[in-house]
Design a protein around this ligand. Sequence first.
Ligand code: 3H9
Length: 696
Amino acid sequence: MTDKIAYERHGDVAVLRIQNPPVNALSHEVRSGLMAGMDHAEADAGVKAVLLVGDGRAFIAGADIKEFGKTPKEPHLPDVCNRIEASPLIVVASMHGVSLGGGLEVALSAHYRTAQPDARFGLPEVHLGLIPGAGGTQRLPRVTGVEAAIDMITSGRHVKAPEALDMGVIDSIAEGDPQTVGLAHAEALLAEGATRRPVSEMPAPPPIDWDASYEAVLKKGRGQIAPAQAVRAVQASVELPFSEGLKAERQMFWDLMKTDQRQGMIHAFFSERAVSNLPELKGIEPRELAAIGVIGGGTMGAGIATAALLSGLAVTLIEMSDAAAEAAKARIAGNLAGALKRGKLSQEQHDNILNSALSLATDYAALKDSDLVIEAVFEDMDVKKSVFGDLDAICKPGTVLATNTSYLDVNEIAASTSRPGDVIGLHFFSPAHVMKLLEVVVADQTGPDVVATGFALGKRLGKISVRAGVCDGFIGNRILSTYRTAADHMILDGASPYQIDKVLTDFGFAMGPYAVADLAGLDIGWAMRKRLAPTRDPRERVGRYPDKLCEAGHFGQKTGKGFYVYEKGQRGGTPNPEVTALIEAERKERNITPRAFSDVEIVRRYMAAMVNEAAKVVGEGIARRPLDVDMVLLFGYGFPRYRGGPLKWADLVGLPDLLADIERYAEEDDYFWRPAPLLRELVADGRCFDDLNKDA
Ligand code: 3H9
């Protein structure tokens, strides 16, 4: 045995207690310890049953993800599971907290399963680009049937104890100390003369239409392969003898282990956790956060207020007039209705929020005691400065003053107050109560405890918070503007917006850039183009056709027409022929002979632009690490999680090739395509972006 598994004897029952904090992952030591523990129990005279139980906050959270990518060491998890199941003793698992992945597979290898009422179960391997690899796809269908197993495995969702009981995943729910409850269960089984009940010996469930299920899952996964493979693995559980099914599962598991998708997903898993872990914040206490103020109750302000209210904060919302304040309240009520419907909120909590946690005001004086104020007013520097001047005069000392600007200079805003150290950017993404991303924009003089407070607010609101420096567009919008430009150039040169959208959704993006533009409102880009026009370099290639669309009053979804035409009641749109005509006219005007773009070239150029700008953003210190950029794109811009983020994607395709592409594109347009110095450096040193994550 190892010190990760404690062995205790309680009468006829041997207890194997897994002790591998924080979540009892099945590391090599734990696997070896379980093997040795089973040997020990079987050799221990008089032992009739074995109880598996976890220490700390979980039964077992699965295989140790940190071991993935390294040479696997024996004993392998499937062997451990088979060893447990084959024991002549009765094996009982008593579960609390989470039993995930390999953890649930260990439990399914036990003969009986009991759990705490608040325990959760899942086979989330698809979120790591994998399928269960220790019998999960073979044993689960035998206890739940095929459809429930496919749902659980392909979604990776966590199932709560009552549902798990209904599904047949567990046999009973009992509240109390997991070891005490488990011992009582084991003793009761022994008293009633229960026998071993290996899941592998249960009959295989009836088949389903496998191809239809495979296709449906493939389509839903937008290019993700693991969930569809899981359907095939479950199919094997029905069509093959158990031991053959296990082999088939194992093969698929190892094939998936070698994929870029697995690497991308695991990068996302660890980056998501590392992103708010900043060395500069170690030991810095955030300021108090109990009451916050929000200025402006439009879509963004109401969304921010909703997110804060849902997290239990008291919110004072300021609007220009009583009527505007009431309209903001109606927006918040609309947002809360969604949460109520989805069961995220009880009726009592809902009423409480609207009747007491939310206050409306038209006078800034109502903010004098706020701990943090976020302004979400019109994107205009003079307007923002005037708001910050008022806040400076009214707020108590120590109030964090935050701007939700998406591109304006936070240093300039901060300088307009007498307390620039208290000023920070908190850039939410619309709808702010839904979107997970928060850019915490740190200006030159922002105090470290103010930064810590920004992160603390993000955590409380359930956001993925990413530190960003000050520049036009911060991390996300700056990179977006560059890859959108690359796409716009391809349109001028011969591609169509519809081909580009299709190719990029096939790549895995939630939406293509032109469908996104229609959703956000074409007037946003129009305003931006007008703002930038006076300072544009004459070498910049900017299409005029989107302006013409806006001049004609077509702003995308909200006006029913943009790049696409939207019929009432329909979710998606159909290509707008007027756009095609406008593009063709502009090509003629500019003497451009359109050429065909292959789907591969579209991805290559779009991604090269994204990666190149991202490398500049990291090189300039606007983003601290490549992983920060990856998380911004993943959580704010619909980048496919299974690709890990643009810089993980770049590492996987190879930086030298990517740099060579950029240099080749620069031969046509050396103004737009300027290789990032950091990219050149990495290529010269034979390093990749992930090396920088490790250095940080
Ligand atoms: C699998 O089982 C494959 C098998 O089918 C076949 C094998 C042959 N390994 O998230 P948290 C760390 S695949 C290693 O902040 P929470 C995590 O990095 C596996 N480390 O807490 C963090 O470390 P740090 C299937 C792990 O309470 C710390 O634990 N299982 C693992 O919000 C706390 O985590 C999964 O995919 C792990 N498996 O959430 C489960 N899990 O403190 C993945 C966690 O250094 N894990 N850590 O940053 C989770 O979903 C959540 O972490 C969990 C806890 C719900 C457990």
